[in-house]
Design a protein around this ligand. Sequence first.
Ligand SMILES: [Zn+2]
Length: 348
Amino acid sequence: MLSNDALTYLNSRMASLQTDRVEPELAVKLRDYITKTDPEKLHPIRSEDFRKTLGLSKYPAVTLLLKSVKHGLMDIDWSTCCPKCSGVTHHASSLNTVEEASFCPMCDVGFDLSVDENLQVIFSVSENLIPVPESVRNSQAMAHDHGITGSDLLNNAYFRHNFSNEVVSEDRGLKIKNITLLFTDLKGSTELYEKIGDLNAYRIVREHFGILDEIIGRNNGTVVKTIGDAVMASFSNSEDGLNAGIEIQEHFTLSGKNPSVVIKMGLHAGPALVVNLNGKIDYFGSTVNIAARVQNLSKGGDVFISKSIFDDPRSLKYLRKMPAIFRYKAKLKGIKEDYQVYQLNRKK
Ligand SMILES: [Zn+2]
C-alpha cells in the first residue's frame, strides 16, 4: 500500500511521464507494475519480468525505464560486475564516474571494463514511492540483474537525447567489445546543391535526416552524429544495423519519392572506445575508421558490409532476402592487406 505522500508523488510523476510520449495504456501498465509488484522485486527491477509484464521488447523497455528515471519514478545505477563471479565490484550513479578498470576481492582478479560485457544498468523504483524493504537492505549480496548493459543505453536514442549529462569523463575512454556502426553519405550532393539551390537542397537533406533518424530508432539504434550530409549511427548488434541499412535503401530507392536522394551506405562491427567528443558520447578506433571507409566504397542505393557483419549468423535472414550479393577484395586507406567486403543490391 502506498502512503498518501507516495500516492501524491506517483500521480504527479505519472502526469509528467505522460507528457513524454508515453501511450496512456502503457502508462497504466507501468503504474500497475510499480504499485502491484512485490517491493523486493522493485529494488532492483527485474528487467526480464518488467519486459514480459509490460509486453515490451528490450529497446522500448529500456526507453520506458529511462523515461521513468527522467520523470522521477525510478533511479539508475551503473554496476560494474566481475567477469568471473558476476558480483558487483563498483557502483556509479552516472556514466562519468564509471571506472575503466575494476578489481574483484572475492576472485582476487583485476579486469578492464567493457560496457557491453560487464557494465550492468540497474533500475530501481524511487524510494519516494516504495522504500527499500528491510529484507533487501539487510542482505549482503545485493540482488542484481543482467538484462540491461551499458551498451543498451548507449545505443538508445532516448538516452542520447535526454541524458546529455551522462557522458564519459573527458580525459579517458571506456572499452566496448562489439558495436555495429552504420555510415551513410549523400551521393552527388554538390551537384544537387547546384541544380536546385542551397535552400531547397537543405530542405531535402533535413528531410532525409528525419527519415534516417526514424528508421534507425525503429531498428533499435541511434544516430551518433551527422557530419555534413553524412550520418553515423550505432547499434548493439549487426542484425539491427543491417535491417536499418536495408530499410533505408528500400525507402529511398523503391519508393521513388525522393529521386534526388541517393545514399551511400556502409556497415562494420568490432571493438571501439567510448569517448566524449564535445560533450557527447562518441566512438574512437579502427572499427570507426573501417566503417567509414566501407561506406566510401558504396556506389549509392546499395549496402556495403564488412566480413564481420556478413559472418554474423544473425545477419543471415537479411542476407537471404537480397537478390544480389557481390564479394570484393578492396583497398581501404591505411590498411595494408586487401579487405573483404560485400555489396548488397536490390537488383541483379
Ligand atoms: Zn569475482
